[in-house]
Design a protein. Sequence first.
Lengths: 557, 262, 110
Amino acid sequence: MNNTPPTPSYEPPRDHYLISAGGHIRSWLLTTDHKRIALLYLISVTVFFFIGGVFATMIRIHLLTPDGVLVTPETYNKLFTMHGVAMIFFFLIPSIPAVLGNFLIPMMIGAKDLAFPKINLLSWYIYLIGGSFVLYSFSTGGLDTGWTFYTPLSSIYSNSAVTPAVLGIFINGFSSILTGLNFIVTIHTMRAPGMTWFRLPLFVWSHYATSLVMILGTPVVAITLLLAGLERMFHLGFFNPAMGGDPILFQHLFWFYSHPAVYIMVLPAMGVVSEIIPTFARKPIFGYSFIAASSIAIAVIGFLVWAHHMFVTGESTYAALTFSFLSYLVAIPSAVKVFNWTATLYKGSISWDAPMLYALGFIGLFTIGGLTGLFLACLGLDIHIHDTYFVIAHFHYIMVGGAVMGYVGGLHYWWPKITGRLYPEALSHFAAIVLFLGFNLTFFPQFILGYLGMPRRYHSYPPEFQVLNVLSTAGASILALGYLLPMAYLSWSMRYGKVAGPNPWPATGLEWKTDSPPPTENFHVTPVVDWEPYDYRNRPDLGLAAGAPLAPAHSDD
Amino acid sequence: MRRGVLFNATFSEAKQEQGVHRTGELYGQFQTLDQQKESATFGMWIFLVTEVLFFGGMFLTYTINRHEYFTAFGIGSNTLDITLGTVNTIVLIMSSFTMAMAVWSAETGKKKLVPLFLILTLGLGCVFLGIKFVEYKQKFEHHLIPGRNFAITYRSSHPAPGDDPKEIALEKEEVEKAFASDPDANSHAQLYFSLYFAMTGLHALHMIVGAGLIVWLIKASLRGRFTPQYNTPVEIVGLYWHFVDIVWIYLFPLLYLIDRHR
Amino acid sequence: MPEHSEHVVSPKIYLSIFLALILGTGLTTWAAFRNFGPFNIVIALAIATAKATLVVLFFMHARYGERRTRLVIVCALFWLAIMLALTLSDYQTRQPRMSRLLSRAAHYAA
């Protein structure tokens, strides 16, 4: 906040969404207010993040020595499976959309709520029911199939609790579908007067693209897991080669959703970054329409590449060639985004607030994750690094370095809006740096390990890999600190933080034009939008004092 | 600022409203009834998109297996009762028609006709499910439920007293021919029946959900709730019902009409 | 319907669509019992698609609805096509399966 001249002190609003319906537990469990539901999601995804995090910790401790120090090989299989299931289906996929998206989309477009508030609440309950099934599976025998549930292992051979897990993920899919449906309808029909499509914040655009993936992909994984579950329960043969079925068909159907699902995780984070960068560079975003279009392009092209997960499974060479080529295409819209963010920073008046640190971290880590993705899309190279730690490192750079960085950055950025309080500044800088260093120390060695040939999902490894594995485990403990710190000080700041005022940064979005925390109906008067997005030059209403360090007008943007 | 005011509002201060208010038929998050109707209809269309892809996954599984095991799928399909299948198709189309008429009655303000057409729709839906049940029962008696006792040869070797001997002889010949070209025909026919039950079963499940929704509509329509201004529920349940009809329009030829010209 | 923008379809149209659908059902059943070689499935799917189109356009009012509705329908079909086409692109270009080779060998031996 070294960028805004003397900060005025604020009183919190008298009435806002956190108190206006009362603090009683019923008022939370039966709420249809999108902001309260967002907080319910915040709590529940954090629980799953912890569960997944515990499994991750155990994996890293186990791999300290070549023979493994902690668990039996069977338990190790369960650890990485349950880590993946908890993190992907119950943390990463709902994290940004269901927490930040839920909270912000109606406010960003100037609506009182989502189009279907009750369905929004229903989708949280569906998430809880699905989550309970999965936790039941974890606690009664665990799950050892890998998060991908490949048949016929998952349908016949596994002795772990596959059926409840598959049911849980099937059920949870509907939560995702309903959230996506709600967002799409809301963005189409609930925009405030003057909020045209090309005045929508890029966060909304990226959530629109995310929702597309949710509604078009999720039903396919639902039916796939249903068929696999039926196969397991009734000994059918859809994917069982002994009965004429085709296990590769399962993989096709599974990845038809699960590859685009990566974009469910990372597109919203891109939306967060697109909001943070112009705010802390004090400059209109470079190439607004290109960033908006590239979100949609990623959602569409993301559906054309799934079989690059299957290059070594026996799919036809011609199909592999096609999918390899199509996979390279995703790099184009992704690069468009990265270049546009960088161009926004150029000659901006940058301030180093915590959200900005996370956003910059995102750009760097996502770029590494994305470029190593191209290695994997290359047919010949993939034969060498398929199913090695190279893959693990690659997708953790996208999912943790990308999606989680975006999520934590977004939480910081909108925390004053959500709670009305500011987080402690110095501590937040420290945590962001710890997170960044810890992350790289954990996962960069894994690139090298994979390239040298250490396979994923093995409970032991040759002694020459120990140094890199120890480094990775050391990094993981730093990374854990990097997560615990924000959790601690963000909770602390809910009560003790400095009162934020409506627009502490200041930023241009509609959500900053109302109180922090906002009233139940979001705006006291329905807003009318008559400005262009991210237009820092023509917004005297932001309260930037004359001579404030606004970026000079550039002719090149 | 007093500490802890965020979460410490006392219970006595708690208001009853959990979200934005509702006035009459207009829910609080909307500005106008038109906007509300537009959103609800659009939402149902989006939901139907997810249904297309949901069933799509099964149609894909079907396509690949049918292509691979055409002979076995043919004999499986020929064991289905074409008369019951055709009658059921007509019943379902009829129910779609009565549903469309229910929507029309609501839109034109014919309040008496709305429950009448809805009850007709519900009745036809139940007839469909009843016939489906009879078919499932037949398959059970003929050992055509996938599992340990599945035997595509069972019926032709254990004819019931009522069966047409000519029909049985034809089936026997066909099954033998199939086994000559595909020794695993029993497994592959079982695949056909796994898909048959999965696809028709999920379709029937959608019918049951639809029937539940129609019961709810009948109740509301008997109270005269649907008017030319407010008929969105009838409209969107109608959309759902027609979609379920469309799924059957594809299931019928794909399941009942493989290799019929034996 | 004064001051109501939406188009009310007349029962006459519904009735004729209904009759067309019944006709289509009869036609598809009839065609299934004739041998058109590889075209049996093509005919069956063509008739089914024609029937489905009638239902969507008239019973579901897509013909009278907004452009947005049509966009939604096109999207659904497009993504369904992606799934079918790209998956089948693998199956259509695979090496022949061993089981098929064996059965073909058995065929030639006979």
